[in-house]
Structures are given as C-alpha cells and as structure tokens.
Design a protein around this ligand. Sequence first.
Ligand SMILES: C[S@@+](CC[C@H](N)C(=O)[O-])C[C@H]1O[C@@H](n2cnc3c(N)ncnc32)[C@H](O)[C@@H]1O
Length: 266
Amino acid sequence: MPKEQAMRQQASKSRNLSYNGDFYDLIFQNSPRYKEQNQDIEFWLEMAKCYGPSILELACGTGRISAPLGAQGFDVTGIDLSASMIAKAQKKSQKVQWLEGDVRDFSLQKTFSLITFPYDTFTHLHQLSDIKACLRCIKQHLKPDGHFVIDFKNPSYVFNTVNSPHQRDVYSIFQDPSSSRKVTVNRECEYEAAEQLYHRTLLFSWENRSEVVREALTLRIFFPKEIEFILLENGFKILQKFGNYQQEPFKGNSSHHILVCQSMAN
Ligand SMILES: C[S@@+](CC[C@H](N)C(=O)[O-])C[C@H]1O[C@@H](n2cnc3c(N)ncnc32)[C@H](O)[C@@H]1O
C-alpha cells in the first residue's frame, strides 16, 4: 500500500471520535473555549471582504468557518482529510465546494484570491517535508496578487497564561446522539520541548459505562519567529501580523499569531 494511503487510513482510524463530524461539533460547542474560538468566524468574514471573493479553506473540518462564508455569497472551497468531517460539512452548506484531500498534496485546477488556514491547524504538520509540501501547494493555488492568511495560537501565551503544558482537565461534556448518554471528555497534555511537540490525549467516558476511549493527537508548536522564517524561506512575504481576532498588532503576550502573507515571485 502506498505510504500516503497508509497514513490516511491510520489518521482516520486514530481520529474516530475527535475528528468524527458529529462528535467534533458536539465536543467543540460544549467546550469552555467555544465562545472565544468562535469569534474567528467574524475575523474570517473580514478577511473574505478584504481579499475574496474566491476562497480556499485548508483543513476546513465540518465547515464551521466555510459554511458561513459561503452563506455570505463568497465562492468558497473547503478541503479536509477526514471523510466524516466533510460529510458533516456537506449537510451544513451546499453553497461551498467540499473536497476530501490532504493539505500536503492537492491539485484543484483553480487559483484563489484568498487561502486560509484557521484555528492553529497548521500544527498538524510535524515534519519539515510536510510543511514544505503544503506551502508549495498553497503557492500553486494562489492568484499572483492573492493572500494567504494563517492563524496560530501564540505558544508563549498558551503555555504561560492559559494552559500548563502538562495538565489534565475537562475538555467537553455533551450528550451522545446515538445513546443519549452523557459523554465526558477529559484532556491530558504533555509538551515534549526538545521536539516542540504537544501531545494531547482525549479520554472519552460515557455515563454508566466503564469503557474509556483514549485518542491521542500530536501538534507541532511553532514559535513566532520560526514560522515567519519558514514562510520567508518558502517564498512568502509577510504583510501584516495580528495578535487576536480583533486585528490588534501582534505582541509577545498576544493570544494569537495571525499572519497575512503573499507569495513572492518565483
Ligand atoms: C481542529 S480541526 C479544525 C477544523 C476547522 N478548520 C475549524 O476551524 O473548525 C482540524 C482539522 O484538520 C484536519 N486535518 C488534519 N490534517 C490534515 C491534512 N494533512 N490535510 C487536510 N486536513 C487535515 C482534520 O481532519 C480536522 O478536520
């Protein structure tokens, strides 16, 4: 079996609940971070007004952001690795073109005036080869004067003020739609500083059931200057840096590190 196909199968197996379309929305909507994170929809709408009208959202998930952008009349395409997330997105909007695919390897025969990578999801790419492949695909799909906007959490802010990198907490509580049982999702985190890898395990437990389902996800932490350097080295210039969804300038203690980029001529 080709390596890429094997990786996809592995990814979909290990993401049964976390990146299952129905569960993802329930986990997210019932988590303490829902209100803060959902403010990004307004931010992406502003970006769409500035840099649209043709928009590609990378790792679009269940369409939390792309669906409202499509509803506003933008020409939106969303791509995601998980068939289950895409299936859920399709139910939310028929105005968006939803595609199952890998952000490291896609070819759409179309260029976009805006490509977005929201919600710190670039951190799913761990290896330099994955990062370079993804940035190469982005460059190929950007119009010559198009914009690429990418949203990271600021690692210093997250580690120092919000989450201890080593902790266990309640991540979400909701009702399982299939059994009506209460599901509690606990989160365990561990930061492997030498590799800049953030290991997150979600533990799913159901009311009156002894079984606990554990799902691990590893995210690559990108410090601000590091990602700026990676972008420059891969042919992007940085036009603006925001520190939050209200578009305030990026500072060391900002909650987010949001970069507005353009492709440099080859
Ligand atoms: C945290 S969710 C974010 C979804 C959506 N952007 C949002 O803001 O709600 C991360 C998503 O990244 C997707 N993903 C992870 N690696 C990917 C890859 N290599 N290519 C495409 N999608 C990927 C997952 O399937 C999942 O839907």
